[in-house]
Write a protein that binds this ligand. Structure first.
Ligand SMILES: [Zn+2]
Ligand SMILES: [Zn+2]
Length: 342
């Protein structure tokens, strides 16, 4: 089968090449991939700025149809469709984090698409506990968005702390930031979204998703905008999704005393930021990474209820052979979610 493969360590070293079809062991199932989303992580694996174990097939945001079932697997039948939790492909299963459901922190964890073969290909082999049934009326395309959407659900439903009437600053309108935007809008919150001059298309989308206002860092005076929008109070919640130092500084300066800062973006370096504000304003600082299985169940019920519509999150649908074009669109910030259809 054709697959987008990181064939060797180092920058680049990704190609569409022939890989053997996976074999189904007694305890696993084989899915035929329906759609697989292109994620920032795939770009990081390409650039070798995210740990990876070549040769490995990229892609971890996917839905698919069961085509083969191992003989020890009960309750899964060929033809059924699922979203797949790729992050738990390898985990120890018995450390305190695996036991509490916080598998993200298992030292032995390896996810699909970088640690083990992913879904930028036709067939994948997974354990049945990685399968999440797709609610009725949810399409296979939307089911492929469950992974990135769960990242946003974890931020907004499980880490952030807010009440109706709060004003939120969301900095960084990438795919995860924009999915957070959709969640915050579903809660009826007033959200200010900050991006850079390169984010024009994504800031437009933020408006469509219900942002109260959008701002361009480096062009607009963000602190003045916050002063104006909050009547001098500051925002109650700032969510940093850009992974940029200037964005952290904006978020911290924007917060009101006792406000909450949530870190979602990654930097890959140390920062210089006004850290004294943490004490002076008694800020609550929280990180958010990935999700738990509970998050996935919650995401499924959000989609099942139609509480958030993901239709306008998918901006491009491309074939596997167009993976380079897809990566380029992401680098140029001209896409939100691109689905590759193998
Ligand atoms: Zn992802
Ligand atoms: Zn573990």
């Amino acid at each position: 089968m054709k697959a987008v493969v990181k064939y060797e360590k180092g920058k680049g070293n990704v190609a569409l090449q022939e890989m053997p079809d996976p074999l189904c062991s007694d305890d696993k199932v084989i899915l035929e991939v329906a759609h697989c989303g292109v994620c920032g992580t795939d770009l990081h694996v390409y650039s070798d700025t995210f740990r990876n174990f070549p040769p490995v097939i990229l892609g971890h945001e996917f839905s698919g149809r069961i085509v083969e079932v191992g003989k020890n697997v009960k309750d899964v039948k060929p033809g059924e469709t699922y979203s797949v939790l790729g992050a738990t492909a390898v985990q120890c299963g018995h450390c305190q984090y695996c036991e509490s459901g916080e598998f993200m922190f298992c030292k032995n964890r390896r996810g699909m698409g970088h640690g083990v073969n992913g879904a930028f290909t036709r067939f994948t082999c997974v354990r049945p506990d990685q399968l999440f049934a797709i609610p009725q009326d949810v399409s296979l395309e939307h089911a492929a968005l469950v992974e990135p959407f769960s990242v946003a659900v974890h931020v907004v439903e499980e880490i952030a702390d807010f009440k109706l009437g709060d004003i939120v600053l969301l900095s960084g309108p990438g795919p995860i930031g924009l999915l957070c935007m959709k969640m915050l809008a579903a809660h009826g919150l007033k959200v200010m979204v900050v991006g850079t001059a390169e984010d024009g298309m994504r800031l437009e989308m933020a408006k469509k998703y219900g942002a109260h206002s959008v701002w361009v860092a480096g062009k607009d005076d963000i602190q003045q905008a916050v002063e104006h929008e909050t009547h001098g109070q500051g925002v109650a919640l700032a969510i940093e999704c850009a992974g940029a130092e200037a964005s952290v500084v904006n978020c911290m300066n924007a917060l009101m005393p006792l406000g909450q800062y949530v870190q979602v973006g990654h930097f890959g370096k140390d920062l210089t930021v006004p850290w004294d504000l943490v004490a002076f304003r008694q800020l609550k600082i929280h990180g958010s990474v990935g999700y738990t299985k509970q998050t996935w169940h919650r995401t499924m019920s959000i989609l099942g209820q139609g509480a958030v519509d993901l239709s306008d999150v998918i901006t491009h649908r491309l074939g596997l052979e167009d993976w380079q074009q897809a990566f380029e669109l992401m680098w140029q910030k001209q896409a939100i979610k691109i689905l590759l259809n193998p």
